[in-house]
Design a protein around this ligand. Structure first.
Ligand SMILES: Nc1nc2c(ncn2[C@@H]2O[C@H](COP(=O)(O)O[C@H]3[C@@H](O)[C@H](n4cnc5c(=O)[nH]c(N)nc54)O[C@@H]3COP(=O)(O)O)[C@@H](O)[C@H]2O)c(=O)[nH]1
Length: 739
């Protein structure tokens, strides 16, 4: 179509018709009129065509897409303005040329030509993604081209190309790919195993390190999600799916610690982390990238720490921490079910003796064996825990029938009292069991523990080898004890402690050469409290060390004072067995105190109990011998009430035996007690020891004891224990009295 070619001939035709009409003089007017009309019509068509053509040109040129018509050789037949601009030329100048004529690299131009010729040959419309170089900027642009082949008017193929510029989109895509590549690089560099999951295609790429960690080779992998799924431990798959799902839904990054099965079947712990790095226009995840780190070692260390934090290393039973946790849970279960739970505390009665006599290693064996036996006394769901030392806890849940608890207590006592084989020794111990119930006795763990402790001590007081149920009265007793402990702590600093002295009389001469220092506590509200009440409290709280030191210092000070008048005067002090424990006796300080008073050790006698000698290990023996070396004499108190083994009397250099007042109180002529006193006196004298009879209240007792061979007497007959000032008067008075 070229209107400019036909336009002059149409005009000429009309002129020709007009000339013909004028020259014919009206002849054949109708033929001329017809010819004129045809000429007019043709002129009109010509004008319309021209208008449509320029409209089409405008449409083509205004299109943002490239519109190209190529001939069978791939040369331009028509291009719109954007194409011409791209190649820095005009549409007209492009006709009959090809891409290579406008700065497109030859190989690219050849590729375009080949491509359109191939499509024309195939005869089907195709969409092609291609790139070309902008002649003005030298920049590469990307196109999505629709290429439609058709037959031209000459019957030869032509092709219409509509190319849409997708450079911005493609560049954005390239940027994403580049940043992903960098991310992958960075992750690989950390040494972690990296995975890259393309959700659209289902393709899963696993890095070299990933394969190493899981023990796979590249050829073992399918490149799909199956590679990951086959490594999961079945029971964890749901959790992993859930965590992944949340990430895919856009609720944060994926992070999950789970196990994975290696190719050889072994299982490792991994920390699996991932992030969605690409989403489509609707926000749907397209791609996820992540890493896997082998945390098996860390996990094992954590497990070990957890194990140590929750289980007793010796017996493998839950420890205090885990026990408290279980107790809390059991209390909650009880709240829901309405059934109580029972808490039992077992303390082994003679465990200390086993430890001391056979050593800690055998003590440990006994505890391990006891733990096993206890487990057999309860159901699988019940808890047996070791809180430390020889103290065990048993937690019985869902106690619908309280008699079942009695049965368990009975079983525990029975099993514990069975002999323990410790090497070549057969050892017998018993247990004391306290019992309390939740919610019947208490509403908190603290209260329950306090209750069960009190009940267990009540069982001990009952004579051991028995069980005691908690009763509120125990609470009262425990509160009183607590008050006593608090007050006793203040007693020393508030000078509420004082020593009273009871004379020890030479039975032959009636003279007073010795006194026993006896501790008194003048409580500001309760008045005098007996040492029989507060010494055990001081012993169990450890205050005995401080109190014992004070007693020794005070008694020595008095002894030094009385020695000024009576050079052989002695004051005896009671020393608790606990003061000897763990080398805590401040012997050097005591001896230093004597030197500072300018007196020698002989002014003091320490009174110890038979129990101490029975348990005397090397440390006690060493301390007693140090007393001897310093000239401090030793008296064995309450003789006859304990084991009364005579072997240690000689070995440990004892100086005095004090016959317990229980033998004296029933003393009658020819009585068994008198025979015993005579026997003890005779035996003591043979060993070179002196004998003191305690609790002498009557003249008859005094006479019988003297006749039995006792050297000294102590008791109310002579005097009650009195303060030092009164004792001064007593001394002055007695020195004027005949024997
Ligand atoms: N570790 C320490 N123990 C001490 C100390 N002071 C005392 N005690 C021990 O407390 C127990 C009770 O002592 P106490 O109430 O002082 O009773 C003593 C005497 O008062 C009492 N006694 C003396 N004569 C008679 C008597 O004729 N009849 C009678 N019924 N009682 C009498 O005997 C107690 C002395 O006993 P002992 O020590 O066994 O010689 C008691 O066990 C004290 O040992 C201390 O400082 N530290």
């Amino acid at each position: 179509m070229n209107p400019s070619v036909t336009a002059p001939s149409l005009k000429a035709l009309r002129q020709c018709i007009d000339t013909a009409a004028a020259s014919s003089g009206g002849a054949d007017a109708s033929a001329l009129a017809m010819a004129h009309a045809i000429a007019e019509r043709l002129l009109q068509v010509e004008s319309d065509l021209h208008e449509q053509s320029s409209l089409l040109r405008t449409v083509l040129d205004e299109s943002p897409d490239f519109i190209i018509l190529k001939d069978h050789e791939g040369n331009f037949l028509l291009t719109n303005a954007p194409v011409a601009r791209f190649y820095n030329t005009t549409p007209e100048a492009m006709v009959g040329k090809h891409d290579g004529d406008f700065g497109c690299p030859p190989e690219m131009a050849e590729a375009f030509r080949q491509n359109v010729q191939d499509i024309m040959a195939r005869g089907e419309t195709e969409i092609v993604y291609e790139e070309s170089r902008d002649a003005r900027t030298g920049r590469t642009s990307y196109f999505k081209s629709i290429k439609k082949p058709f037959a031209g008017p000459d019957g030869r193929p032509r092709i219409l190309v509509i190319a849409h510029d997708i450079t911005d989109l493609r560049e954005a895509q390239l940027r994403v790919e580049e940043s992903e590549r960098r991310l992958r690089h960075a992750l690989e560099a950390t040494g972690d195993a990296v995975w890259d999951w393309h959700l659209g295609s289902g393709r899963l790429t696993l890095s070299q390190r990933w394969q190493e960690i899981l023990g796979y080779r590249a050829e073992d992998l399918s490149g799909t999600l199956t590679d990951f799924l086959q490594c999961l431990v079945e029971e964890e798959a749901d959790d992993i799916n859930r965590a992944l799902g949340e990430c895919l839904e856009g609720r944060g990054d994926y992070q999950h610690e789970h196990r994975m099965r290696r190719r050889d079947g072994s299982v490792i712990w991994v920390l699996d982390r991932g992030r969605v790095v690409e989403r489509d226009a609707d926000g749907r995840p397209v791609r996820m990238v992540g890493s896997v780190a082998d945390v098996t070692d860390k996990k094992s260390a954590q497990d070990l720490i957890w194990q140590q934090a929750n289980y007793d290393a010796l017996t493998g039973l839950p420890n205090r921490h885990m026990f408290l946790d279980r107790l809390q849970r059991e209390m909650q279960v009880s709240d829901r079910s309405g059934h109580p739970c029972a808490l039992l505390m077992l303390d082994l009665d003679q465990f200390k003796e086993v430890n001391d006599s056979l050593g800690h290693a055998w003590g440990d064996v006994l505890l391990q064996e006891a733990a096993q036996r206890l487990r057999l006394c309860v159901r699988e769901v019940d808890t047996v825990a070791r809180l430390g030392g020889d103290e065990f806890m048993v937690l019985l849940g869902d106690v619908a029938d309280p008699t079942s608890v009695t049965r368990v207590v009975h079983d525990i006592l029975k099993t514990v009292s069975q002999p323990f084989r410790l090497g070549s020794d057969l050892v017998y111990v018993t247990g004391s069991v306290g019992v309390t119930f939740y919610p019947n006795d208490a509403s908190s763990t603290e209260e329950l523990l306090r209750n069960v402790d009190q009940a267990m001590y009540a069982a001990k007081r009952e004579g051991r080898n028995c069980g005691q149920y908690f009763a509120p009265v125990m609470q009262v007793a425990a509160q009183e004890r607590m008050r006593l402990i608090t007050d006793l702590r203040a007693a020393l600093s508030h000078q509420q402690l004082q020593l009273h002295y009871q004379p020890i009389v030479d039975l032959a001469s009636g003279e007073v050469h010795k006194a026993e220092a006896l501790l008194r506590w003048k409580h500001p509200e309760r008045g005098f409290i007996s040492p029989a009440e507060f010494i055990p409290v001081a012993e169990s709280t450890g205050m005995i060390h401080e109190i014992g030191d004070w007693v020794f210092h005070e008694a020595a000070r008095q002894a030094a004072r009385w020695r000024r008048e009576r050079p052989d005067f002695q004051v005896s002090v009671n020393v608790s067995p606990l003061q000897f424990e763990n080398g805590r006796l401040a012997l050097s300080a005591w001896l230093h105190h004597l030197r500072s008073l300018d007196v020698d050790g002989s002014c003091v006698v320490v009174e110890i109990t038979e129990g101490l000698l029975m348990e005397a290990g090397p440390e006690v023996t060493r301390q007693l011998l140090r007393f001897r070396d310093a000239g401090v004499q030793v008296a064995l108190d309450d003789f006859g009430t304990g084991y009364s083994s005579l072997a240690y009397l000689n070995r440990l250099d004892i100086d005095y035996i004090k016959i317990d007042r229980s033998f004296v109180s029933n003393l009658k002529p020819a009585s068994p007690d008198l025979a015993l006193c005579e026997g003890i006196a005779m035996m003591a004298h043979k060993l070179g020891l002196k004998v003191v009879a305690e609790g002498v209240e009557t003249e008859e007792q005094r006479a019988l004891l003297q006749a039995a061979g006792c050297d000294y007497g102590q008791g109310y007959l002579f005097s009650r224990p009195v303060p030092a000032t009164q004792f001064d008067a007593l001394l002055a008075h007695r020195s004027h009295e005949p024997a």
